[in-house]
Design a protein around this ligand. Structure first.
Ligand code: NAP
Length: 245
């Protein structure tokens, strides 16, 4: 198993892509730390994780936008499992508003979760992770091309790519690899609750919708030794949606 005895933190792990990533790493033998803002959903998610080693996941209630909660999650992971090997920065949210209706609070909320949340965990990793560690940031194809009504989200996800680049450069000398995944439309509640899709402002054909497991498979590859030479990559996982004219 690829991640036997490796400690893996997954943020936003209570559902959707995060839960699929957690299940994938569990199946590969990882010691899992599931972090999410919602403890009830986290407990339900934790019961769905089957580890071949019988290792019970550590559940961490964590609002990733609060630095002290991110620090506590990293500290608890190290104390509980004795190491920190992989972080998947997956927690994210979006709001839908016309540009001129966005408030400063809207900007601060989205940037603090989708960008700063990843920064706090990268900082924790750089302070504690040993040579050989890996960080995966879940961005979005909205970092490259976008629609109306999601200015804050698109900007935060684009900035997350920039942060990935900087962290890959500074992580290299520490032996820490940092890469990003840009999911396209993935079949999770976040996709189907998207008012732009409901209103037809963003059109997604059925054959352009991937599964959370499609993202989990790429995350597991990027975190593995098979990707030892992959540093600062921005992997679009969208079924080819962005390539079409
Ligand atoms: P999801 O089903 O909404 O899952 C996101 C998880 O993150 C939820 O459990 C959510 O909890 C949690 N979360 C939200 N705010 C948080 C915070 N401040 N601290 C900790 N956890 C928090 O979304 P998803 O579709 O799986 O998306 C996962 C990631 O993929 C996100 O970063 C998203 O931007 C990205 N992505 C998704 C798609 C897609 O089509 N689904 C496409 C591109 C990128 P609550 O449910 O309680 O809010």
């Amino acid at each position: 198993m690829k991640f036997n005895n490796k400690t893996v933190i997954v943020t936003g792990a209570a559902g959707g892509i995060g839960l699929a990533i957690a299940k994938k790493f569990a199946a590969e033998g990882a010691n899992l730390v599931l972090a999410d803002i919602n403890m009830d959903q986290l407990q339900t998610a934790g019961r769905q994780i089957a580890s071949p080693n019988g290792v019970i996941p550590l559940l961490s209630q964590c609002d990733v936008s609060e630095e002290e909660q991110a620090v506590a999650t990293v500290t608890n992971a190290m104390q509980h499992f004795g190491s920190l090997d992989v972080i998947i920065n997956n927690a994210g949210l979006m709001i839908f508003k016309k540009l001129e209706e966005h408030t400063t609070e809207d900007w601060m909320r989205i940037l603090s979760v989708d960008l700063m949340g990843a920064f706090y965990f990268i900082k924790g990793a750089f302070l504690h992770m040993k040579n050989g560690g890996a960080i995966i940031n879940i961005s979005s194809i909205h970092a490259l091309e976008t629609t109306p009504m999601v200015a804050t989200y698109a900007a935060a996800k684009a900035a997350l790519l920039s942060l990935t680049r900087s962290a890959a450069i500074e992580g290299k000398e520490k032996g820490i690899r940092v890469n990003a995944i840009l999911p396209g439309a993935i079949d999770t509640p976040m996709l189907w609750q998207n008012p732009n899709i409901k209103a037809g402002l963003e059109q997604v054909s059925k054959d352009s919708v991937g599964k959370p497991e499609d993202i989990a498979d790429v995350a597991a590859f990027l975190a593995s030794d098979e990707a030892a030479f992959v540093q600062g990559a921005m992997a679009e996982v969208d079924g080819g949606r962005l390539n079409r004219l």
